[in-house]
Design a protein around this ligand. Sequence first.
Ligand code: RB5
Length: 155
Amino acid sequence: MKIAIGADHGGYSLKEIVVPYIQSLGHEIIDLGCDCNVSVDYPDYAMPVCDHVVKGEADRGILICGTGIGMSIAANKVAGIRCALVHDLFSAQATREHNDTNVLAMGERVIGPGVAQEIIRIWLETPFSNSERHVGRLNKVKAIEDKYAHASKTE
Ligand code: RB5
């Protein structure tokens, strides 16, 4: 798969560790920064990663900041993005099976690189269940997205 990845200064070091790991799993990386640990703003890095995913230029996105929280909040503002903030292996699998997440967020200040790499491997390898109940719930999530996209256009 093509994986777009982005981090702020709080996630830069972990990004540098996981990029070669993801490549070693056979995936292609689109690294959208940042390029050092100088302070930057996480939405500036969440947006291009999500843009690549919604436009089909990347199959999945991975976002890393200090906590993963800012990145996940920003990513979930983008129509078509389903971003999960994950710090454990169970959630990495469940969010693919149940939520069909297309972006993964993690916090460098929360977990170590070993857990982060295992989360990434599981998240990349686990397919969506496609079960009727999960598809139905995702359709309801999409309906929320559509309703509020329309509301903001008519204001
Ligand atoms: C940066 O200090 C930090 O706020 C950021 O990396 C992230 O944790 C925000 O949610």
